[in-house]
Every structure is written in structure tokens, then in C-alpha cells.
Ligand binder design. Structure first.
Ligand SMILES: C[S@@+](CC[C@H](N)C(=O)[O-])C[C@H]1O[C@@H](n2cnc3c(N)ncnc32)[C@H](O)[C@@H]1O
Length: 261
């Protein structure tokens, strides 16, 4: 591991000393950060429930730029981040016959590639944000994927109760738990085993810390690997850290969860 990455893993971004150091070294980012802090403070006041709050964040971000709302500052990065997710799953055996659930599918940054590759009707994307799902439909049209008839559905929680038992070969959540408090992650891990097909798996990324777990503006959450592995095991699932994902140029880490044999 590079020393830069090792230092990043120990950072506590919620510490005042970290914020002051960051402000001194990145003065141009002070004004946007203060604006975001004020907006988020107001949205948290209006929406005490996390999912309602994050939906409002997504509405505000998507109105400005849907690609930036899912975390890509440029269109080239949007394309690259989609390809990175797709290539990884293909290397891990994703096949056209598989049925896939993409939790927090956003505006189909990766979904457009999964939809194109999978058999018609085999991609199921869910998200809490109606605004980003409208943008997802635009992506579908732009890339001419209408014949693939993907399912794109709004959800309020991750109980997955509207989905059938033992149905999905691959469940995927990229850059979703990095924006989720532990109770949202636990809700998903409580229920995901029911919808996994035999031999199926659930891959999710998370913002990893090797120091104290923390959050910033209730938008970004940093967890220790052990916390998430233990949570999956508590719900009867097998879980492992995906070392090969670490080689990709991406700031988050990945865990794979599956049913016990
Ligand atoms: C950073 S974006 C990533 C989108 C997509 N996975 C990708 O990689 O392009 C996070 C997405 O997750 C959605 N999201 C956040 N919390 C969620 C939750 N609890 N359940 C479902 N979707 C959620 C957001 O609305 C947003 O579209």
C-alpha cells in the first residue's frame, strides 16, 4: 500500500484540526465547503430521517449536474467509473444470463453497461432519489437501451421486501454505503440473503478508515473493515474483503457477501 493511501486511511475528516489543515492547504475549497455545510444543515433540519435527508441532497445536486451528483466531476470520469465497475464484475464471472440488482443505481453510470450486457429484463436498479432515476431514464434513452427493458424502481428503505426469494445472482452497491449510516447498512444486510440466488453474491463499496469511524455532514461515512464484516456475519452471511479491488484507481474499498454453503 502506498504511504499516501496509508495516511488517508488514518485521517479523521470530522476533526477540527484536520479541517483547519485542509482549509490552509486548499483555500479555494473553503467557500464551496461553507456553502455545502449551510445547505446540508438546513436539509438535515427539514429531514431528520437519513434517507429523506439524503434524497433532498440528491435532488439539490442532481438539479445542478446529475453526473456530479453520483460523484463524477467530469463526463470522462463518469464513463471511467462505470467501466471500472463493469470490468470488475465481468472479471468476477458476471454472465448475460445472470440477474442483477443494483442498489443505489444512480443515473446508470455503470448500469448502462450492465443493462447492455445482461439479457433483457435481467437488470434491476433501485434508488431513493426520484430525480436521479429521471436522469437514469435519460441515460437509457441516450444509449438506446430501451429493448433491454431494465427495471428502475424507487425505494424508501432497503428491506427489499418487494423482491422475490433467491432471485439475484449478483447484488451490487457502489458508493452507496459510503453515504449511509450503519443502521441503513444493517437493514440491507438483514434482508439481502433472502433475495440472493444459490451461489450468488453481494458486492458493496465503502469508505474505509483504519482509525476512528466518523462521518462528515452526514453525507460521507467512514467505517473500519472489521465493523462491516462482523455486521454481515451477525446476519448469517459470509463476508470477505476484496483485495484485488484495491489495485483499481478508486478511493473506496470493497466487501463481498454471500450465503454460507
Ligand atoms: C454516489 S451515487 C452512486 C450511483 C451508482 N451506484 C454509481 O456508481 O454510479 C449513490 C447513489 O445511491 C443512492 N442512495 C443513497 N442511499 C441509498 C439507499 N439507502 N438506498 C438506495 N439508494 C441509495 C443515491 O440516491 C445515489 O443515486
Amino acid at each position: 500500500m502506498s504511504s499516501r493511501k496509508a495516511t488517508a486511511l488514518l485521517k479523521n475528516r470530522s476533526n477540527l484540526s484536520h479541517k483547519v489543515r485542509y482549509a490552509v492547504t486548499h483555500p479555494a475549497r473553503i467557500a464551496p465547503y461553507l456553502k455545502r455545510t449551510a445547505r446540508d444543515g438546513w436539509l438535515r433540519l427539514k429531514h431528520p430521517d437519513h434517507v429523506d435527508y439524503y434524497r433532498a441532497v440528491m435532488a439539490s445536486d442532481t438539479a445542478r449536474n446529475p453526473e456530479a451528483a453520483v460523484g463524477s466531476k467530469t463526463h470522462d470520469r463518469w464513463l471511467a467509473l462505470g467501466t471500472m465497475q463493469f470490468d470488475y464484475l465481468k472479471e468476477h464471472g458476471l454472465a448475460p444470463r445472470h440477474r442483477m440488482l443494483d442498489i443505489g443505481c444512480g443515473n446508470l453510470r455503470a448500469g448502462r453497461l450492465f443493462i447492455d450486457y445482461l439479457d433483457a429484463g435481467h437488470y434491476y436498479g433501485i434508488d431513493i432519489s426520484p430525480d436521479i432515476l429521471i436522469s437514469a431514464k435519460r441515460t437509457l434513452t441516450t444509449y438506446g437501451l430501451q429493448d433491454k427493458l431494465p427495471h428502475l424502481t424507487i425505494t424508501q428503505n432497503l428491506t427489499l421486501d418487494f423482491l422475490p426469494d433467491a432471485h439475484f445472482d449478483v447484488v451490487h452497491a457502489h458508493s452507496v454505503f459510503s453515504h449511509s449510516p450503519l443502521e441503513v447498512i444493517e437493514e440491507c444486510l438483514t434482508h439481502v440473503g433472502r433475495i440472493l440466488a444459490p451461489g450468488g453474491f453481494f458486492d458493496f463499496t465503502f469508505d474505509r478508515t483504519e482509525g476512528a469511524e466518523h462521518q462528515v455532514l452526514r453525507e460521507d461515512f467512514y467505517y473500519r473493515t472489521g465493523t462491516l464484516l462482523a455486521l454481515a456475519e451477525k446476519h448469517g452471511l459470509r463476508a470477505r474483503f476484496m483485495d484485488d479491488w484495491e489495485k483499481r484507481p478508486h478511493g473506496q474499498s470493497k466487501i463481498r457477501v454471500s450465503l454460507p454453503e
